[in-house]
Design a binder for this molecule. Structure first.
Ligand code: HEC
Ligand SMILES: [Cu+2]
Length: 339
């Protein structure tokens, strides 16, 4: 009888390398990398990662060493006459490999619990800023208690100061994460979680909801603008609008359309519009993106959004309002004047 030939199955090295490069590319030092910490919290979290990696490396090397040693030392030899002496159990070994893992787990859990409590305890002291974060399907609301300032999807924080976040959800579980600054703490309906972060250098950092929360989850991003404390205070003052400007005919038409179609869901400071279903649009023109990082905040981006939000962003809670091209143009002019 002849055996069937095994099918030729060759693993192509270039293919493996390409696939690995694509997959590992996601872990690189990019906009959202825990490997390039920009503040003490991210730094502490990264140290913990390295600490457990070091322990795991030692275990790996010891196990591999024993394994390779046994393979060579106890290999079958031509001169072997019978089975070697059979051994069943070793009390000393059993005790050792029970106690050593317990010690490792205790060490790891002490550091984990220490950091979990340290990072979840609201900080006090001069310059500490409070921000209330409310997660919505699929966008972020940021409130600055005591200032009346409410914004969405772009967080402003002062550099070098601790920022306390209180995390809440308006609907389902979300998770707040800015890889370069730290975090990944859940926003759970009906309770408030705490987290503090600090940015050591000014810049724009990228955040993302880290808990699958529905169809639009992948589009639930936000940015964190870390600015000098003076600029941050200036921004807070600037956000307290008494009026909005609608001067050109298009802007005025946009304002009227907004009152009819949008005011039930959106607030704009300095106007009588106080809807709370959607993001607060005060100074909207200053955000880099709209719809939580889905589109650039340009005339084209805004027009695409107003034409049909759920077509642009799956699951978006803003309906297609059936606006005409002309209406969209006026609304875009009005929105771009919100500074
Ligand atoms: C039924 C409530 C509702 C109505 C009406 C509504 N919106 Fe929205 N809007 C939302 C929600 C919810 C979002 C958040 C969508 C998301 O990002 O997932 C949103 C997002 C937006 C955004 C993006 C804001 C940001 O910072 O990301 C803009 C701009 C906007 N709406 C403008 C308008 C305009 C202009 C109108 C009127 C023509 C309007 N909306 C009518 C609920 C509404
Ligand atoms: Cu999510």
């Amino acid at each position: 009888m002849r055996w069937h030939r095994r099918p030729d199955f060759k693993v192509s090295l270039p293919l493996v390398v390409t696939l690995a490069a694509i997959l590992l590319g996601g872990c690189g030092l990019g906009k959202q990398s825990t490997l390039s910490p920009a503040g003490p919290v991210a730094q502490a979290q990264l140290s913990m990662l390295y600490e457990s990696l070091a322990i795991m490396t030692v275990i790996f090397l010891v196990v591999l060493g024993v394994f390779v040693y046994s393979l060579i030392r106890f290999r079958a030899r031509k001169t072997d006459q019978a089975l070697p002496k059979q051994v069943h159990g070793s009390t000393a070994l059993e005790i050792a490999w029970t106690i050593v893992p317990i010690i490792i787990i205790v060490v790891l859990s002490i550091t984990t619990v220490h950091y979990a409590f340290a990072l979840g305890t609201p900080q006090t002291g001069k310059g500490t800023v409070q921000v209330q974060v409310i997660g919505h399907q699929y966008w972020w609301e940021f409130r600055y208690p005591g200032t009346g300032v409410v914004t969405a999807n772009q967080l402003h924080i002062p550099v070098g100061e601790k920022v306390n976040f209180s995390l809440q959800s308006a609907d389902v579980i979300h998770s707040f994460w800015v890889p370069e600054l730290g975090g990944k703490t859940d926003l759970i309906p009906g309770r408030t979680n705490n987290l503090w972060l600090e940015a050591s250098r000014p810049g724009l950092y990228y955040g993302q909801c880290a808990q699958l929360c529905g169809a639009g989850h992948a589009y639930m991003k936000f940015t964190v603008l870390a600015q000098s404390p003076a600029d941050f205070q200036k921004w807070l003052r600037h956000m307290r609008h008494d009026t909005v400007s609608a001067t050109t005919p298009a802007e005025k038409a946009g304002l009227a359309l907004f009152k009819q179609n949008c005011a039930t869901c959106h607030t704009i400071q300095g106007t009588p519009f106080h809807g709370t279903v959607g993001p607060n649009l005060t100074a909207l023109a200053e955000r880099p993106t709209i719809a939580a990082g889905t589109l650039p905040n340009t005339a084209e981006g805004l027009a695409a959004w107003l034409r049909n939000p759920p077509a642009v962003k799956p699951g978006a809670r803003m309906p297609d309002l059936g606006l005409s091209q002309g209406q969209i143009q006026s609304l875009v002019a009005f929105l771009q004047a919100l500074k």
